[in-house]
Design a protein around this ligand. Sequence first.
Ligand code: UDX
Length: 470
Amino acid sequence: VVARPRLTVIGTGYLGATHAVCMAAVGYEVLGVDVDPNKIAKLAAGEVPFFEPGLGELLRDTLATGRLSFTTDFAEAAEFGDVHFICVGTPQKKGSQAADVSYVHAATEALAKGLRRKALIVGKSTVPIGTAAQLRDMVHAVAPAGTAVELAWNPEFLREGYAVADTLQPDRLVFGTESRWATEQLKAAFTPVLERGTPLVECDLSTAELVKVAANSFLATKISYINAMAEVCEATGADVNLLSRALSYDERIGGRFLKPGLGFGGGCLPKDIRAFAARAEELGVGQAVSFLHQVDAINGRRRTRTVDLVRELAGGSLQGVKVAALGAAFKPNSDDIRDAPALDVARMLHEEGADVRVYDPEAMDNARRAYPDLTYAGSLPEAVAGADVVVLLTEWAQFRDADPEMMGWLVGRRKVVDGRHALDADAYRAAGWEYRALGRPTTSRTVELATSEADSIDLGIQVDLAAELL
Ligand code: UDX
């Protein structure tokens, strides 16, 4: 039995910060390392530099135990750790579809050079297939003689918004190693997670790094599949929501990641499928995954089709049309706007001359920085006030739960595009809204189009009341 190893986590972005905090929370001594002194200072002060439910509290609790600390010094990390997790980013290369692995290389090299005793370096970043083998060769070349440093791969599947739960209670662990010793080290580094009965797949480096891109490609494909069906529904008058539900009862298909709408965004799925396709091309197996180009194209069409739908509802032109854009983050419970479908749609509406007002409960600062030309509202009521068309782009609970009647009092015209199939179409129609969603019929099966009954109430009072209650 291997004693509990001391862990370092190199790269304290989304993945690294979460991993460091969670591992310290379950009892390990952990040192978080980053080249960015601001990030390190914030984390050491108990502040998470991004929005993730529950992580801030856990960070402050674990800092108080003394098991978690942070540094910018790689030599300190080399001295401290037995198992070193590489969690630095692999962004899309500028002007290319491929992933940029230079940060992974740099961090691994800096660490390996400083090691003075046998240690395990574990890659966690999402990398193009083949990277792990290159890193292993590099590590063997640069690590000081006699240290016998090894490299392993342990892909990470955490979702934003569920990062803590996904780290401590993952669906599975995957250990890609080249020796029994490395496997035992990794088991010792995950004892509390394995003790929960988490399934473990032990494999080689190549399989381990492929699991991650294969999983993300499958998830992206599933979303684009149902969105492709939505396009067919549009041509036939069928309802993609009912179709999705009917498909989901087949256990072989399952209902998760089968939600139609605006499609996927974020820092992982879009980038990963593009990088995977590019890498497969290099490996001479581009044809095997050429469907990923379609997956990407279908996903992109959701954005332009949503703009089309808003234009249609506005009467054929967006020029001067007041649009309330609800949502900016790529999904709810996140402030992440990387490749966010919501902001892409808001930008296109703006470029076509619409007077767009964007509101998001968490992502406003990030959105303002990235899209300074858009107009932002300070609240949901402010966003929808006087709008000609409301378009739901990120399905935050606050938007889903908003009362259609009260929203109706605030808007100029009761017209809504439900980009996420998250609103109660019947309730909106009953409140006199023209409700539209991609892949759904223009009228409801169950509710006759009803006109608003609110005409007799004083409008000023209604607006105040709605603003207060929303
Ligand atoms: C994803 C993977 O789920 C995770 O395993 C991996 O480690 C990183 O990438 P994340 O990017 O946090 O995680 O987001 P996820 O919850 O998977 O959602 C991705 C996108 O797909 C979002 O934009 C979401 O709105 C969209 N989506 C998801 C759909 O459009 N329909 C669905 O049915 C599910």
